[in-house]
Design a protein around this ligand. Sequence first.
Ligand SMILES: NC(=O)c1ccc[n+]([C@@H]2O[C@H](COP(=O)([O-])OP(=O)(O)OC[C@H]3O[C@@H](n4cnc5c(N)ncnc54)[C@H](OP(=O)(O)O)[C@@H]3O)[C@@H](O)[C@H]2O)c1
Length: 265
Amino acid sequence: MGRLEGRTALVTGASRGIGRAIATQLAREGAKVALNYRSGEAEARAVEEEIRALRQEVARESGGSSDTTEANEAPTMLVQANVSDKDQSREMIRRVVEQWGRLDILVNNAGITRDRTMRKMTDEDWLEVINTNLNSVYFCVSAAMPVMIEQNYGRIINISSYVGQAGNFGQANYAASKGGIIAFTKTAAIELAKYNITVNAIAPGFTLTDMLAKVPENVQTQIKAKIPLGRFGMPEEIAKAVAFIAADGDYITGQQINVNGGVYM
Ligand SMILES: NC(=O)c1ccc[n+]([C@@H]2O[C@H](COP(=O)([O-])OP(=O)(O)OC[C@H]3O[C@@H](n4cnc5c(N)ncnc54)[C@H](OP(=O)(O)O)[C@@H]3O)[C@@H](O)[C@H]2O)c1
């Protein structure tokens, strides 16, 4: 039996990259997982397929039949929503709770970059990043809070970034959004602790996804030279930290957990 058996989770931005790895890891550990995406429906469906296959494999390995009722019970649902929109975020949470009756784990992962130095940054660049990366976290947490309070249980995990701790050239909007997530996480942790709801942030370093692929190769080489472990992170390495907090982090709240190869200490 997985550590998250009986739990339900929602991962925003689960169609690709780190969100995909988190959703898959939570499902591997037994949680039912709602997969949010904005535009990548085909990719989100592929994640759903991967999870279905994985659950059947886990059932077989644990001696059960691959076609037991449990293995066949829909372990996922797809929820399309643009999380930078408050109404869509709230409707997304409502649909998950309607489907499964509870929401135990909320992973606020969806994020974008619009990198430019401040001399070139437009208001749109600023607002799009703040709305997608930071305001979305408030929208989703505020919508999930009532059901988590009612359950007297919740694990909220916000994906920040080492850039929110250290700053980075050309990323004023992104750094502000990720630093904001850390400050929000601490405040939410204080306010929600009495309801057995923990709120933590994971701060990845440079991780191999489409987001990092957008960085020019020569810049990637310079970045890698500054990482003590000498390599980029893998999405699965971030996912393991999320699963740890979700499954075994009962006495951990208000923390930022760095999974960054030592690039920021
Ligand atoms: N990769 C890194 O080096 C790194 C480092 C530190 C922190 N992070 C953080 O980790 C998180 C995931 O990053 P990643 O590298 O996996 O990015 P990615 O590969 O670009 O994937 C981003 C995901 O977010 C979704 N998304 C974007 N805007 C959305 C919106 N408005 N509403 C709903 N979903 C939205 C995308 O869905 P669609 O495809 O449907 O648009 C996609 O599933 C982000 O918060 C990022 O800031 C990444």
